[in-house]
Design a protein around this ligand. Structure first.
Ligand SMILES: *Cc1c(COP(=O)(O)O)cnc(C)c1O
Length: 377
C-alpha cells in the first residue's frame, strides 16, 4: 500500500463497522481474577485508542512497533532513557532547541555526555569512542535545511556499536522513512505535520527492534508521558489527510522558493539540497521531496521588522507544519538558547527567517510576501 492509502486505511477493525475508531476513555480495565490479566489494565500502560494510533504510526514508517507520547520532547526523553551512565551521544549543533536544552541541562547530572558536532557530514569512524552509544540526527537540519546522509551515518554508527536515532519531524514518513535507511529509531514531534492544525501536542517513536520497543513500553509506564485517548483519536483523524497536506504544502513551497530566489528583496534562499550538489543528491536518494520549510535572508536595505509586521498571511510564531503558514526568526526564537558563536557555527545568521508553508492558495501567499517586501524597503 502507498502511504496515502495507509494513512486512511491502516485501521480496519472498527467496532460495529464504524468507519472511525471509538474513543476509549477508561483509566482502568477489568482483569481476570484467576490470572490477573486482561487486554488492557491501566491507561498509562496502554489503552485501545492509543493502541490504534500506535498501529497507524508503525504502519506509516513500515515499522514493527509504534509508540505515542504526550509531546515530541516526551518521545525524545523516552529515547534518551535508553542511555546508561557514562554513555555519549553525538548530535548536530543545530539540533532542535528542546533537544539541545535536554542535553545541555539534564545530561551531566545523569552521567551522560552530549557531543555537539558542527557538521555531521564530517563525521568519521575516529569520532566514535567506546562510550558513543547513540548518534542523534535531524535531516534536513533546522533552520539551515542542511542534509545528512542517513545511510552513511547508519553504517558508521553501527560499525562502532552505536544506535542511530532520527528526528523525522520535518519530513514525516510521507517523505522520508528513516528505519528503511538504516536508523534504529525514528522520533517525531507529531505536534507539527502529523497533527497539522496547530491545536495538539504529541510525539511518536517507531522502531523495528523488539528490545528497544520493550524499553519504550517501560518509558511509557515509568516516565508516564503518554498521549491521552482524546488526542490519540484526533491524531488518527489528522493523519488521514497528512499525505494530501504535505503534497500541497510542498508544491506551494517550491513555487514560493522559486519566487523568492528571483526577488531582489531577498538574499540567500535555503532548501534541502540547495547548499551543494552533493546534498541535493543525498536528499534525492533518501527522501521523496524537499518538504515545505523554506529559510531565507532579506536583502540589504529591507527592514526585517517592517517586513514581518506588513505580512497579513504567515503568522509570526514558532512551530511549523500546520495548515496555516507560519514565519519565525530563528536567531531570537527557536535558536535563542544558542550563543551567537554557536549560531554562527551552525550557519544561522541574524537575518535568517524560516517560513513554514501552509495550505493557503500559493498565489495569495506570494502576493502577500510581495506586498510586505514593498512595505519594508
Ligand atoms: C517541535 C519539535 C520537537 C519537540 O516537539 P514538541 O511536540 O513541541 O515537544 C522536536 N523536534 C523537532 C524537530 C521539532 O520541530
Amino acid at each position: 500500500m502507498r502511504i496515502e492509502t495507509t494513512a486512511v486505511q491502516a485501521l480496519r477493525d472498527h467496532e460495529h463497522g464504524a468507519v472511525v475508531p471509538p474513543i476509549h476513555l477508561a483509566s482502568t480495565f477489568e482483569l481476570d481474577p484467576a490470572t490477573g490479566e486482561g487486554d488492557f489494565a491501566y491507561q498509562r500502560g496502554g489503552n485501545p485508542t492509543r493502541a490504534q494510533l500506535e498501529t497507524v504510526l508503525a504502519a506509516l514508517d513500515g515499522a514493527a512497533h509504534g509508540f505515542a507520547f504526550a509531546t515530541g520532547m516526551a518521545a525524545t526523553a523516552a529515547v534518551f532513557s535508553l542511555l546508561r551512565t557514562g554513555d555519549e551521544v553525538i548530535l548536530p549543533a543545530s539540533v532542535y532547541g528542546g533537544t539541545y536544552r535536554f542535553v545541555d541541562q539534564l545530561f551531566e547530572a545523569r552521567g551522560l555526555t552530549g557531543r555537539f558536532v558542527p557538521d555531521l557530514a564530517d563525521l568519521t569512524a575516529d569520532d566514535f569512542t567506546p562510550a558513543t552509544r547513540m548518534v542523534f540526527v535531524e535531516t534536513p537540519a533546522n533552520p539551515t535545511l542542511r542534509v545528512t546522509d542517513l545511510r552513511r551515518i547508519a553504517a558508521l554508527a553501527h560499525a562502532a556499536g552505536a544506535l542511530v536515532v532520527v528526528d523525522n519531524t520535518f519530513m514525516t514518513p510521507v517523505l522520508q522513512r528513516p528505519l528503511e535507511l538504516g536508523a534504529d529509531i525514528a522520533v517525531q514531534s507529531a505536534t507539527k505535520y502529523l497533527a497539522g492544525h496547530s491545536d495538539l501536542l504529541a510525539g511518536a517513536v517507531t522502531t523495528n527492534s523488539d528490545e528497544i520497543a520493550a524499553s519504550m513500553t517501560l518509558a511509557q509506564k515509568a516516565l508516564g508521558g503518554v498521549l491521552s485517548p482524546f488526542d490519540s483519536y484526533r491524531l488518527i483523524q489528522d493523519i488521514k489527510t497528512l499525505p494530501l497536506r504535505i503534497a500541497r504544502q510542498q508544491s506551494s513551497a517550491q513555487a514560493i522558493a522559486a519566487h523568492l530566489a528571483e526577488h531582489d528583496a531577498v538574499g540567500r534562499v535555503l532548501l534541502p539540497g540547495s547548499l551543494s550538489a552533493d546534498e541535493a543528491r543525498i536528499q534525492e536518494s533518501q527522501a521523496a521531496g524537499p518538504g515545505a520549510i523554506i529559510s531565507f535572508e532579506l536583502a540589504d536595505g529591507v527592514d526585517r521588522v517592517a517586513f514581518l509586521r506588513a505580512l497579513r498571511l504567515p503568522v509570526y510564531a514558532v512551530s511549523l507544519g500546520g495548515v496555516e503558514s507560519l514565519i519565525c526568526h530563528p536567531a531570537t526564537m527557536t535558536h535563542e538558547a544558542m550563543s551567537p558563536q554557536a549560531r554562527a557555527d551552525a550557519g544561522i545568521s541574524d537575518e535568517l527567517l524560516r517560513l513554514s508553508v501552509g495550505i493557503e492558495h500559493v498565489d495569495d501567499l506570494i502576493a502577500d510576501l510581495d506586498q510586505a517586501f514593498a512595505a519594508a524597503r
